[in-house]
Design a binder for this molecule. Structure first.
Ligand code: AMP
Ligand code: GLY
Length: 424
């Protein structure tokens, strides 16, 4: 099978790595890809939202399956575009339709979906420019801290958690009246703060059947001890030690089953990944968000643990026969540590030479923001490389990643040395 992966991060390198391991993979293309994906497939320099160029590539290269990495093309309707085009309609696509992608594209829509299908989530109300004053009054009925969420996609920055009521009211006004996050904040969801520990659950669904993939926990803050600015993710661990069978059953019964049923009841075409962000409050799971794709860097710890042939798994997803597949998971723990450019998530420089990559033997090197200029592998983004290792427990796996990192270097390289600090 000829396969095209859309995206250019560590997530897409992990997909490419797993897909290229399959004997069923003929030609592998990644658009636009990075220096890592170019070592196992062919990079094609087109943007993930350039549907016309993607169509040309799919036809020219006789692609059978397209795996969509990031949310942007999904929210913009790539699946609907393929299904409505007579030349593309038989191509297998991994990702939801535009209606499905709205679960990530609109926080208000996601909350509505959860309420309609009795999926546990924080109590909320949403507000627009016309209802700023009602929003301010609503904040007064809640207790601190206050959670304000821009409805639309805001590059992971649209959620504010504020302790002070006056500040929260001011920020609500900034979002609604002064377009703090552009059109993404023309509607704002205000919700109850949930006090607990976060985790992520990944589901692969064909729209009827589902498979629960390994759980993972990511570390979003730039600084040690979970301090400082939010990033795309600085590291991840799978499985999560505090998730036992009993808790997983609650997640499946209260969240996964009603979510898949809800999609079916609403006749939403959804053949792809659902990434459910949860908070464990006491011993109960609550949904804080849906993403309609895999996480990054969670993919770098989830996929290495999947033993089932990934092409077969994805093909069954697109063909709606996931029930025929046995999902096999490696019991080992996977841990990944992200190497980032100095300054990230704020301004940072690119084009630094990365050295030591050839010396790593105990870990898997997943490239994120990297570029091969013919002579060297250079940094080309904020998040540069994810170093994944496997072990009998998360400490052993992390130990291997940190040892591998000692052999790597680029100017102003930064990483968190405390991934897993909150786990026992
Ligand atoms: P989201 O983009 O919805 O995942 O929100 C970003 C981050 O804000 C999450 O990873 C949580 O750490 C936090 N968060 C979101 N909603 C809540 C909530 N209702 N209570 C507590 N923390 C939240
Ligand atoms: N690591 C979080 C995300 O992919 O959204």
């Amino acid at each position: 099978m000829n396969i095209l992966i859309l995206g250019s991060g560590g997530r897409e390198h992990a997909f490419a790595y797993k897909i290229s391991e399959s004997i069923r993979c003929n030609k592998l293309y990644v658009a636009p890809g990075n220096a890592g994906t170019s070592e196992i497939g062919t990079n094609i320099s087109i943007a993930v939202t350039d549907f016309k160029a993607i169509k040309e590539t799919v036809i020219k290269r006789q692609i059978t399956m397209v795996v969509v990495g990031p949310e942007d093309p999904l929210v913009k309707g790539i699946v609907d575009f393929f299904h409505s085009d007579s030349e593309l309609k038989d191509v297998l696509l991994i990702g939801p339709s535009m209606a499905g992608a709205l679960l990530e594209g609109s926080k208000e829509r996601a909350k509505e979906f959860m309420i309609n299908h009795q999926i546990p989530t924080a109590a909320y109300q949403s507000f627009t420019k016309k209802s700023v004053s009602e929003g301010k009054l609503f904040l007064e009925t809640l207790s601190s801290p206050y959670v304000l969420k821009a409805d639309g996609l805001a590059a992971g920055k649209g959620v504010l958690i504020i302790n002070n009521i006056l500040e929260a009211q001011q920020e609500l006004e900034n979002m609604l009246t002064h377009a703090k996050f552009g059109t993404a904040s023309s509607t704002v969801v205000i919700e109850e703060f949930l006090d607990g520990i976060e985790l992520s659950v990944f589901v692969l669904t064909d729209g009827k059947n589902y498979k629960i993939l390994p759980t993972a926990k990511d570390y979003k803050r730039i600084g040690e001890g979970d301090m400082g600015l939010n990033t795309g993710g600085m590291g991840a661990i799978s499985p999560i030690p505090f998730v036992d069978k009993k808790f997983m059953k609650k997640i499946e019964d209260r969240i996964v089953i009603p979510t898949v049923k809800g999609l079916q009841e609403e006749q939403i075409d959804y053949k792809g990944f659902i990434f459910i962000g949860l908070i464990k409050v006491n011993n109960d799971p609550f949904v804080i968000e849906y993403n309609v794709r895999m996480g990054d860097p969670e993919t770098e710890v989830v996929l290495p643990r999947i033993k089932t042939d990934l092409i077969t798994l994805l093909e069954a997803t697109a063909n709606q026969n996931l029930d025929k597949i046995k999902l096999e998971i490696d019991n080992k723990t996977a841990a990944t540590v992200m190497l980032v450019s100095g300054g990230y998530p704020e301004a940072y420089e690119k084009g630094k030479v990365i050295s030591g990559l050839d010396t790593i033997s105990d870990s898997i090197v997943f490239h994120a923001g990297t570029l091969n200029n013919g002579d060297h592998i250079l940094t080309n983004g904020g998040r540069v490389i994810a170093i994944t290792s496997m072990g009998n427990n998360f400490k052993e796996a992390l130990g291997k990643s940190y040892k591998s990192i000692e052999k790597l270097h680029f100017d102003k390289m930064n990483f968190r040395s405390d991934i897993g600090f909150d786990l026992t």
